[in-house]
Design a binder for this molecule. Structure first.
Ligand code: ADP
Ligand code: MG
Length: 780
């Protein structure tokens, strides 16, 4: 029998959630009155009375009624809060139950258990607002366990159960299989299997409660689960992780999904979820209110709520982005450098090339030189598929800047890329008497200082580098043009800092985004598109194979290696765990060393230091070995012309855009190149998706086909845009939302350019506090 105190607590919790959620009568299924009509309400007739007719009350009345009810439920034995807090408290007090915390309250005030605040901080979450807006990157449906006897072969499912048995076997050398038998709550049994991941075993003691996601493999009547995602569930009473649609968050070692769910739950309960969008606008654009949206993103009651949440929060992201762009617009036309950009210099540059520019390159170069010749600051995005020749065009622009007596910079997101750009620039510009330098974090302090001095004294003309280029102690003598590669990996702030000396700016990106959407994503940039590949490229031949044909696939790789070629082998990142990444890569390399003993094989992974990675890449480029096994760290633009084969293991786990980028790593020389996609267990739908990659090498075609294949109601991963400030955005899909958000942003600012109306007070403060751009905070 539950004690009255326990019943009181059971009733109090949903009611304070209802209060915190903005009194929408949504927190309790069936409504607040239904809850009180249940046996739970019996011991509390006064509370029942206080909330009678709740559904019919308006907002403030509901709030008053709830506060009254909660007061009645307050524990009579609990010590009364001291009227005044001692002034010398070191730790900030955590919120009392039912007390609200401001959105900007430090997370230490959110009661997340011992070490909780530190864990959240390690993920970059510092305030209650941060926690609320750290959305799950995908959701899992754990409401009802699927009936495994009816699940199709290859289908992805989530099951929950207790470990009742486990065993290990090694059917052949180099292969380790871990089998675990789970007993599900309904008494059924499922066999779950891990291939070559012995380190998983630690987490699987007998009796442990697990939630597993993976693909079903049928052998006649028996069912096996190839596990892709594992979660251990500790608190048996914790209903946040089971029996519902559950969010899966970005995390890292030592921070469990359960913890993050609990933290989000606390934040939802504690924060005031007052809507910053006035109701009539929400109505106009069919948007749900903020409380419903935030609860629905973290704890959706059903798919419909998740869809509402996604729509609303995505709209908001675009709205804030548009507002920001419009507010910055006023000083968008800044004075920049004015270059001569003489056509004879362009001829000189082209004359030194081993090829001629394509028409598309020529057109884009014209657009760039027009900008350079005007005294407005150039802010232009050059978009083009991998290998379309963006870097060659940028090198020409840099040459023109140097000819006018300015310095140029080329900034890349990784050290490997920076070094590659450096090598390319030396190739393009070295023979034209341009002094090219390199500045990256991995250099010795002495070498760095030396380069910084040369930069400051104008002793070097063009510098390639990483973020190291925009650190405080780098002063250019006379920076005229800055080229930024794969910009979306830099934050807005970083771009601004680079702009401090107000050079002209050219951004290069290979992300295929349709024109109208690019304008939003990079709203403050003009757009140039290189829509043509250089001639004479033999298209990469792509082949999709089942992992049962893995042996043959590597036989093919070996034949290429015997002909003197090199090959990349890429393995999927294992979600939510970065040490496993390393193990996956080394394991695969060991495996390949057994299958291909003749090939010289090495590994590259994300846990290596930048210097180690560079060293491996340098040796690969020098053909010191044949086969490079890597995690996705090679994703962006590494050039090894002699590499003709790209093998992608577990291709089913990659997105199409990513596969396309990876494939672009080969086919950089004149030889015929190949891409082999090895797919493990997958559904029909995934197969269709992979077929797209097999059938096309055009980034735009692939993006569009991908779009058509996705169902609108699909519960799918978020964080796809790769653009800072847009977490939920799915640019290819969001045309309509973007237009609406832009319309509203314009409307708002047309009537109230500084957002001063009291009605917009929340919107204004949300805009200020959400924005990561310091420059922006100064604008408003
Ligand atoms: P991106 O930066 O768009 O990936 P790059 O400028 O690095 O493309 O060019 C890819 C490769 O194609 C380089 O090896 C480059 O030398 C070569 N290339 C660039 N433009 C042309 C062209 N017009 N004709 C032939 N080869 C070209
Ligand atoms: Mg490039």
């Amino acid at each position: 029998m539950a004690t009255v105190a326990e019943l009181r607590e059971k009733l109090r919790r949903p009611l304070s959630a209802e209060l915190a959620g903005g009194c929408q009568n949504r927190v309790v299924a069936g409504g607040v009155e239904r809850l009180l009509a249940s046996p739970l309400g019996n011991p509390f007739p006064k509370v029942r009375e206080a909330l009678r007719g709740y559904a019919e009350l308006d907002g403030p009345e509901r709030e008053a009624a709830l506060r009254g009810a909660l007061a009645l439920l307050a524990d009579p034995d609990a010590p009364k809060a001291a009227p005044k807090r001692a002034a010398t408290r070191t730790a900030p007090p955590t919120a009392a139950p039912g007390e609200r915390l401001p959105l900007d309250a430090e997370i230490a005030r959110l009661d997340t258990g011992p070490g909780g605040a530190r864990k959240l901080q390690s993920l970059g979450l510092h305030t209650v607002r941060d926690v609320l807006h750290a959305y799950p990157h995908r959701h899992e449906d754990r409401r009802a366990l699927p009936d495994l006897s009816e699940v199709e072969d290859g289908q992805k499912v989530t099951v929950e159960g207790r470990v009742v048995a486990k065993s290990r076997r090694s059917p052949k050398p180099g292969m380790q299989i871990l089998d675990v038998t789970l007993e599900t709550p309904s008494g059924g049994r499922v066999k779950a299997t891990w291939f070559n991941q012995p380190w998983v075993e630690k987490q699987l003691r007998e009796g442990a409660r697990l939630v597993l996601t993976g693909r079903v493999k049928r052998f006649g009547r028996s069912v096996q689960l190839g596990v892709e995602h594992l979660e251990t569930v500790d608190g048996a009473q914790d209903s946040l992780s089971t029996g519902r649609i559950v969010g899966v968050y970005d995390s890292k070692d030592g921070v469990s999904q359960e913890f993050l769910r609990r933290a989000a739950h606390r934040a939802l309960l504690a924060a005031p979820l007052d809507d910053y969008l006035p109701a009539h606008w929400r109505q106009k654009y069919a948007l749900t209110d903020l409380g419903d949206a935030l609860w629905g993103m973290h704890y959706p009651a059903d798919e419909a709520q998740l869809a509402r949440a996604n729509h609303r929060l995505r709209f908001d992201e675009y709205l804030f982005l548009e507002l920001r762009m419009l507010l910055q617009g006023e000083d968008a036309v800044l004075e920049g450098k004015r270059f001569g950009a003489k056509s004879e210099d362009i001829h000189t540059f082209e004359g030194a090339l081993p090829f001629r520019f394509t028409n598309a390159q020529r057109r884009v170069l014209l657009e760039i030189t027009d900008d350079m010749r005007s005294d407005r600051q150039m802010a232009r995005l050059v978009q083009g598929d991998v290998g379309s020749g963006k870097t060659a065009v940028a090198a020409c622009a840099l040459y023109l800047a140097v000819r006018d007596g300015y310095q140029g910079a080329l900034m890349a997101p990784t050290e490997i890329l920076a070094r590659q750009h450096y090598a390319n620039l030396v190739g393009y510009l070295g023979k034209l008497d341009v002094r090219v330098g390199l500045l990256i974090g991995a250099m010795t302090p002495k070498a760095k200082l030396e380069m910084q001095t040369r930069i400051a004294e104008g002793d070097v003309d063009v510098v390639a580098g990483t973020q190291a280029l925009i650190q405080e102690n780098v002063r250019f003598d006379n920076l005229g043009l800055a080229v930024v590669d794969e910009e979306h990996r830099f934050g807005v702030q970083q771009r601004r800092r680079l702009l401090a000396g107000r050079p002209d700016v050219l951004v290069m990106s290979a992300t295929p985004i349709p024109r109208s959407l690019a304008l939003t994503a990079y709203g403050d940039l003009e757009l140039s598109i290189i829509d043509e590949l250089p001639p004479g490229r033999t298209p990469i031949e792509t082949k999709l194979v089942q992992d049962t044909a893995r042996q043959q696939a590597y036989g093919f790789v070996m034949r290429q290696i015997r002909e003197g070629r090199q090959a990349f082998v890429v393995t999927a990142l294992i979600e939510e765990n970065d040490t496993l990444e390393l193990l996956a890569a080394t394991q695969l390399a060991d495996d390949l060393k057994t299958i291909l003993p003749e090939a010289r094989t090495e590994v590259l992974h994300g846990k290596m230091s930048a210097a180690e990675k560079d060293h491996v890449m340098d040796r690969f480029r020098a053909h010191d070995f044949d086969l490079l096994v890597s995690t996705t760290v090679i994703e962006v633009g590494v050039d090894v012309p002699n590499a003709t084969v790209m093998v992608i293991e577990n291709a089913e786990r990659f997105g199409l855009a990513q596969l396309h980028q990876l494939r672009g790593r080969v086919g950089r020389g004149s030889a015929q190149s190949y891409c082999v996609l090895i797919a493990g267990e997958h559904s029909k739908k995934t197969r269709q998706r992979l077929k797209i990659i097999e059938g096309s090498t055009d980034g735009f075609v692939i993006a569009e086909a991908d779009l058509k294949l996705r169902g609108p109601g699909e519960i799918r991963g978020t964080r796809q845009s790769g653009i800072p400030d847009l977490r939920l955005a799915d640019l290819a899909n969001d045309t309509q939302i973007i237009e609406q958000a832009r319309e509203l942003a314009k409307h708002i600012l047309a009537h109230d350019p500084k957002l001063e109306h009291p009605r917009l007070q929340y919107l204004r403060s949300e805009l200020q506090n959400r924005s990561q751009s310091v420059a922006y905070r100064e604008v408003i």
